[in-house]
Write a protein that binds this ligand. Structure first.
Ligand code: FMN
Length: 219
């Protein structure tokens, strides 16, 4: 078994779906699996609940990470290094204008798209149908394919206490950020959550719906 709970692809039948895209991104191709058997987990440039979101992703089987360019900068600021994440997840970076890894959604690789944590920037784009980053492209295309999206929006309360790289800070999201969250709640195939506990509960419901189990080990 690999760290992500998959049987190693070497020596087993390679899944052709998404294989070319994986090789392009330096990620190993997958062993053959039923369609829509993985989770696409998008990470944006949010420090708020970043560690908690990744902790949940680590407890789920068959997760691939899709980073925004900002996520790639913010992760190491919180001492979360991409090389270390690659030991556990397949990691796809935002290297293309068109969101090339989105092709794996068309290849029926993923059953769910999670955006956690989602910056207020990404929430605004998702709420207004803008797709110009890897997470916003994944979210929009998933919706068009009827694949459920779960978005952990950070700025959901009038006062938010968040962890900056060095300290805790108090933020007061503006009306526009709160309005965008409400607008996002009305988008098709989208479930908005506002806390790690709510994210865990919605993921648990989705896993049960698909008769899938959480990882028993965090290693
Ligand atoms: C250390 C650090 C932490 C950040 N945390 C947040 C955050 O919690 N919420 C947020 O909305 N933006 C946060 N930002 C700003 C976003 O990264 C920035 O708006 C970025 O353009 C978002 O791009 P994305 O939505 O494509 O990931 C943070 C930036 C830095 C440098």
């Amino acid at each position: 078994m690999t760290t992500n709970g998959e049987p190693p692809a070497t020596g087993s039948k390679i899944d052709p779906r998404g294989a070319a895209l994986a090789v392009e991104d330096g990620e190993p191709p997958l062993a053959a699996a039923p369609p829509r058997s993985r989770i696409a987990w998008c990470i944006t440039g949010s420090g708020h609940f970043l560690e908690e979101s990744l902790a949940l992703a680590s407890r789920l089987p068959s997760v691939d990470l899709f980073l925004s360019a900002a996520a790639e900068e913010v992760l190491p600021i919180y001492k979360l290094h991409i090389e270390a994440l690659k030991e556990r997840f397949r990691v796809f970076r935002d290297k293309t204008a068109s969101g090339v890894p989105v092709g794996m959604l068309y290849d029926d690789v993923y059953h769910t798209v999670v955006v956690a944590p989602a910056t207020s920037n990404t929430v605004a784009k998702c709420a207004f149908g803008i797709s110009d980053s890897l997470p916003t492209n994944m979210f929009a295309q998933a919706g068009k394919l009827g694949i459920p999206g779960i978005v952990f929006a950070c700025d959901t309360e009038p006062v938010v206490v968040t962890k900056s790289p060095h300290d805790w800070v108090t933020l007061r999201p503006r009306r526009i950020e709160l309005d965008n969250v409400e607008r996002l709640r009305g988008i098709d195939f989208c479930h908005v959550v506002a806390s790690p506990a709510e994210l865990e509960a919605v993921l648990d419901a989705r896993m049960k719906e698909l008769s899938l189990a959480w990882n028993t080990s965090s290693s």
